[in-house]
Design a protein around this ligand. Structure first.
Ligand code: AMP
Ligand code: GLY
Length: 420
């Protein structure tokens, strides 16, 4: 057992997954999490801060004297947490404030993509003086895609064939944000490619696919993600090789040439055309949630070594090995999610539910005064599993899920359907 300590920032399923995997590392003796959830409390020390200001996190980091900080969500990165940690010499897995704009500002992401020549949808930037009808005419062959230029927690994008709806969203976004992006619709199948990178190298993790719509058959409202599986067969070797040469390599060439290179994971949201050509739909500057929960378990190499190397520009000296197993996770969501999730309900069956090859990733969970585990968020937990085939993983994950009870909760019964 090594003597390293790590602080994971965040409190969702992704962070529970990071804590679980870091706990397995030969290098790590102590995992901290802030704020964490009921799941991380079982395997790490949770720290509640009175506010989420960067300075409060920096004070915690100094007090704990950790060897590595792994930032789960994008918000602290957009607020400059990595910059502050760089200043005090603490390795941070997550990019600087400037580069966090790749997720924080759709326009910034478009500018970088155009600078380095990455394939993505054509777009117009619209503001008060723009001729909205003319712009809508330009992309009228397909549904319209309208994107706010702010971090909007999954509510910043409207894809619609209804011209009035598109126009209304454009106008309200211009009113609130000053400008908005109207994007060309890209047909195809989506996949998530997570690329760990630093100033020296990049490592593509096995590609995955998540299910963003709330209900079976990709129906209903958009959510943070109702389930995911890995690897995603739509990313064939050929697609991967195109994605690397056309997207990942040019992005890394640029991001590693900066004074402070990109250190962390770049989430490349791909739309793959029928002919197998990948386009970028979005960048995120963090692990996907729930993609993280099913990607990390397929990394056979030591997770601490990987995350620490990427935080200190040592990736090029690391050989990363992957398992050829399959993983799948199904999210259990609270009643009313995504619009108005009901919180505070007791979750039962957690202790007794054991299915070999499967595990629970806590997300929106906490403890009440009696010590019972209760729901505290929209996505409450997910049941994950690993198997020789995707089908095996799906069966195990659903078997586990059926043992858990939460009044009014719902989940999708078709996670992985595109590949099964
Ligand atoms: P984003 O936040 O940019 O990932 O957009 C949210 C979702 O909207 C994506 O996961 C896609 O399903 C869809 N989407 C975004 N941009 C496009 C596009 N240009 N063409 C088709 N669908 C898109
Ligand atoms: N699951 C999608 C995301 O994390 O952005």
């Amino acid at each position: 057992m090594g003597d390293k300590s790590v602080l994971v920032i965040g409190g969702g399923g992704r962070e529970h997954s990071l804590c679980l995997e870091l706990n397995k590392s030969q290098n790590v003796s102590k995992v901290h999490c802030s704020p964490g959830n009921a799941g991380t409390a079982m395997i790490a020390t949770n720290h509640q801060l009175s506010n989420s200001e960067v300075q409060s996190v920096v004070s915690l980091v100094k007090k704990l004297e950790v060897d590595l900080v792994v930032v789960g969500p994008e918000a602290p990165l957009c607020d400059g947490l990595a910059d502050e940690l760089n200043n005090i010499g603490v390795p941070c897995f997550g990019p600087t404030k400037e580069l966090a704009n790749l997720e924080g500002s759709k326009l910034y992401a478009k500018e970088i993509m155009s600078k380095v020549g990455v394939p993505t949808a054509g777009y117009h930037i619209l503001s008060e003086d723009s001729d909205i009808d003319l712009a809508l005419d330009d992309f009228s062959d397909n549904p319209w895609v309208v994107k706010r230029d702010v971090l909007a927690g999954g509510k910043g994008v409207v894809v619609t064939s209804n011209r009035e709806e598109a126009k209304d969203f454009i106008q309200s976004s211009i009113l609130s944000d000053g400008k908005v992006l109207l994007e060309e619709f890209l047909p195809g199948e989506e996949a998530s490619m997570l690329v760990v990178m630093d100033g020296s190298d990049f490592v593509c993790l096995p590609a995955s696919q998540d299910h963003k719509r709330a209900y079976d058959g990709d129906m209903g409202p958009n959510t943070g993600g109702m389930g995911a599986y890995c690897p995603a067969p739509v990313v064939t070797d050929e697609v991967k090789s195109k994605a690397v040469s056309r997207i990942v390599k040019p992005m890394h060439d640029y991001l590693s040439s900066l004074d402070i290179p990109y250190r962390g994971v770049l989430y490349v949201g791909l739309m793959i055309t029928e002919s197998g050509d990948p386009n970028v739909v979005e960048f995120n500057v963090r692990f996907g949630d729930p993609e993280c929960q099913i990607t990390l378990p397929l990394i056979e190499s030591d997770i601490f070594e990987l995350l620490h190397a990427a935080s200190t520009d040592k990736l090029s000296s690391l050989e990363v090995k992957f398992s050829n197993m399959h993983t799948l996770t199904v999210v259990l969501a609270a009643e009313g999610y995504p619009a108005n999730p009901i919180k505070g309900r007791k979750i039962s069956g957690l202790q007794d539910s054991k299915v070999e090859g499967s595990w629970i990733n806590h997300a929106g969970t906490g403890l009440n005064q009696n010590g019972d585990i209760i729901s505290t968020g929209g996505r409450v937990l997910s049941c994950s599993a690993i198997g020789e085939s995707l089908n095996d993983a799906a069966q195990l994950a659903y078997q586990l899920l059926e043992m858990i009870e939460l009044e009014g909760s719902h989940y999708r019964t078709d996670i992985g359907f595109r590949a099964l």
